[in-house]
Design a protein around this ligand. Sequence first.
Ligand code: ZN
Length: 330
Amino acid sequence: MLDFNIQTETANFYDPSDEEVRDIEIEIREDPLTGKTSRILSKPLEISEDPDMSDVDKKGFCPFCPENIDDVGARDTKILSGEKLERNEAVLLANVTPYSEHSLVIKLTEEHYLPLDEFREEHFFDGLKLALAYLKKMDLESDISPALIMNYLKPAGSSVIHPHMQMLVSKSSMDYQRRIIESAERFYKEKDENYWHSLLQKEKDGKRWVGKTGDLNWITAYAPRGFEHVKGITLEHFIEFDDQRLKDLSQGIIEVLKGYNDLDRNTFNFSIFIPPLNGKERFATVIDMITRTNLDRFYRADDFAMPKLMDEPYCNRTPEDLAEKMKSRF
Ligand SMILES: [Zn+2]
């Protein structure tokens, strides 16, 4: 059994502009796997209806644009002996700012910039296929958990606008991966069941259910780790994905991005949790997708001291409301 724990607090203040006392409710939810808390505010995030995107047009030098990529795109030497992996528009290269022993970038599109509703399924299919090919070449150690991540546009932390993913393969798991692995192992030991299997049974057709793309299940996160947090889950291990499963994942990503566009959002992050090969029965392949504050001329960072230093995420829409809005895309 999963626990969906929630506490609420009510703040209030006197608003002199209309001489009213307002009550504002804050939900504090616990992630059912890790217990990590998250705050859901009832006040919507303020976003401009007409953001100034001139940053995107001021192109400058781009290492991933077709005229530059062969001259400046760094090549992986550890596994690919200085070769690059390519598939249609996608190119896998070494990251010149590495975060782990194997640190790759995967350029996804010919276009330098795409609005969220113009990404195509094949962009992600080809990129994911290259990531998978790299992992298969490297003879992955069984306790390593690789990660695929994407930062799109400056508010999402990307230094390069041109759409690209990153893959990190480190001997040392990142903090989030470690928490997920330890919590899922504990859950399996205590309940004799895969956590995500239990989660999907509980969430299927419920208030946070979004839909399916093939074998991938899409829900909104009970305790969101950012704005518009959507999760794609399959019990299948990424390393065993066939073309159909890569297509299912790519299609889901595209639908979520279109859903974000429907909500007037223009930037996003995702991370794909790829579990270690040992103990596959205890884990799942999980993609977490969130939006960030919109790119705008004077956009504000959403990572203020509470999420950044107090390690407490927040969002401005309930997961149940988000699921309702996302459903139409699935
Ligand atoms: Zn470019």
